[in-house]
Design a protein around this ligand. Structure first.
Ligand SMILES: [Zn+2]
Length: 197
């Protein structure tokens, strides 16, 4: 049997003075459920915390694998493959404007392009998103996209949003060709949906 939520609470109680806070444990609880819930037993609190720490790496590797597999390790701005071997997972619509980590809003960028990505590139958002959407649909069946979205949502603290309105949101963005101002208006409309939740 894997560790339960109550066990984690117990762990937190027992390690209160030295352990991470509850929010942190809660986050790792989600992570370990996603990654390894079927194979690991949590009995010792110190082992458990170390184990949850190890999950972070597995979890990030899992995300990277999915997105890298989709984007084939090619920078979506400069098109160069495997430059320096270092990559960022970029939120196409910046996270500050739209905190949704749906695979359609994510792409692989090389470090240089990510650092250089400025406001002038925002008008290319529909193009980038359409590319991400096509690559996602091509590579992952529906249920895998959902799984990927859930995992990404946990990692990036994405608000809970139903998938259907989210997809129509992205479709609207893709159809928009009149620049960042219009896209911001669509984001504003859509934010009314998720703020209510
Ligand atoms: Zn690049």
């Amino acid at each position: 049997m894997p560790g339960s939520y109550n066990q984690l609470l117990e762990i937190q109680e027992r390690t209160n003075s030295i352990g991470p806070d509850f929010g942190y444990l809660n986050m790792w609880y989600k992570i370990y459920v996603v990654v390894l819930s079927k194979t690991v037993e949590i009995s010792d609190p110190y082992k458990a915390i170390n184990f949850l720490g190890d999950c972070q790496k597995l979890y990030k590797d899992y995300i990277k694998k999915l997105i890298f597999e989709r984007d084939r390790t090619i920078c979506m701005i400069c098109g160069i493959a495997n430059k320096n071997g270092e990559w960022h997972i970029d939120h196409i619509i910046p996270k500050s404007k739209f905190p949704i980590s749906h695979p359609w809003n994510l792409q692989i960028l090389c470090v240089e392009c990510n650092l250089k990505k400025r406001d002038d590139l925002l008008n290319a958002v529909p193009l980038f998103i359409e590319g991400a959407r096509l690559r996602t649909t091509e590579l992952f069946p529906d249920e895998n996209i959902n799984e990927m979205y859930e995992v990404l949502s946990d990692l990036y603290q994405t608000p809970e949003v139903e998938r259907k309105p989210l997809e129509s949101f992205f479709d609207k963005i893709i159809e928009t060709e009149s620049g960042w101002a219009s896209i911001k208006a669509i984001i504003k409309d859509f934010s009314m949906i998720w703020m209510k939740r």
